[in-house]
Design a protein around this ligand. Sequence first.
Ligand code: 5GP
Ligand code: ZN
Length: 302
Amino acid sequence: MDMQVSFLDRLFESGLLIDTGVDGLYGRSGEFEDVIAAFERLIDRTGGGDGAEAIRFPPGMNRAYFEKSGYMKSFPQLAGTVHSFCGNDHDHLGLLQCMEEGNEWTKEQKATDIALTPAACYPLYPTIAKRGPISMKGGLYDLQSYCFRHEPSKDPARQQLFRMREYVCMGTEAHVTEFRQTWMDRGVEMMKSVGLDVEIDVANDPFFGRAGRLLANNQRDQNLKFELLIPVTSQTKKTACMSFNYHQDAFGSKWGLNLEDGSVAHTACVGFGLERIALALFAQHGLDTKLWPENVRKVLWG
Ligand code: 5GP
Ligand code: ZN
C-alpha cells in the first residue's frame, strides 16, 4: 500500500493527476491525456483493419437495461445509480433546510432512469439485439466509455471513474474465441512495443458474497476471463491493464442476440484499461514523457 500511496503522491506532485478530495476520482493533465490519446491511436492501428463498427455511449446507461443485465446480482458493491431531486417548492424548502442543518439530505433523492455504466460493453447488447439477427459473419464493435465502479482506494490504478476501450465480438463460439485469442496475442505485442513487461493469467470478476465465490471459481475453471498484467505499483501484485472475456452464450440468451440461422450468439469482449495503461507507462518510463525511451516515443507519437 505504501508504494501505491507514494506513486499517487508523485502523480499529484507532478500534476499528471489532480486531487479532487475523493479517493479514486481524479482530474488528468494534458500530458496524461496525451498518453491515452497516443495509446488509443496504437489500438486503432492494431485493430483498425478488422472493420469494427465504432459506437460511443455516454457514461450513463438506461437503468432498465442495467437492471436486466443482472449487474446487481453479481456486483452490487460496485454499482452506481444517478439520483435527483424530484420534489415541489415545498420539498425544496425542506431540502435546503435539511442541508443548512447539516443533516443527511440525499435520502430524499429519487432514482432517475440512468445508472452509471459499469463496463463499456453493457449498453451495447440491448442496442444490437434491437437491430435483429446478426450476420453469420459475426458482429464487431469498437467502444470507449468512462465507467464507474464504487471502490475508493489510494491505489492510483484503482479509480472509481476510468475509461475502458473495448472491442466486442458476437458470433459463433469458434469466431468469438478466435477473436479473443487474437487480441491476447496483439495485447502482448502492443505492450512490448511500448516497453512494458507483460504476463497473461487466468482471472475472475469480483462477484459479491458467498455465492459469488462459486461464480468466480466457475469462471476460472472454464478459462472465461484472462487478464494482461503489468507491474504498476508492485512487482509481485501486478495490475490488470487488459481483460479478455468470453461470455459463452450468456449475454446472447439474456438479450436475445441471435445469428441469422436462429442460433444464440456467443459473445466476447476485450477491454483496455486506459488509465491503467498510462499509469503503467509512467511507472516504467518516468513521469516526464519527454524523457521516455526514443523507441517508445516513436511507437506512441511517430
Ligand atoms: P474488467 O471488466 O475486466 O474488470 O475491466 C476491464 C479493464 O478495465 C481492466 O482490465 C482494467 O484495465 C480496467 N479497470 C478495471 N477496474 C479498474 C479500476 O478500478 N481502475 C482503473 N483505472 N481501471 C480499471
Ligand atoms: Zn465488456
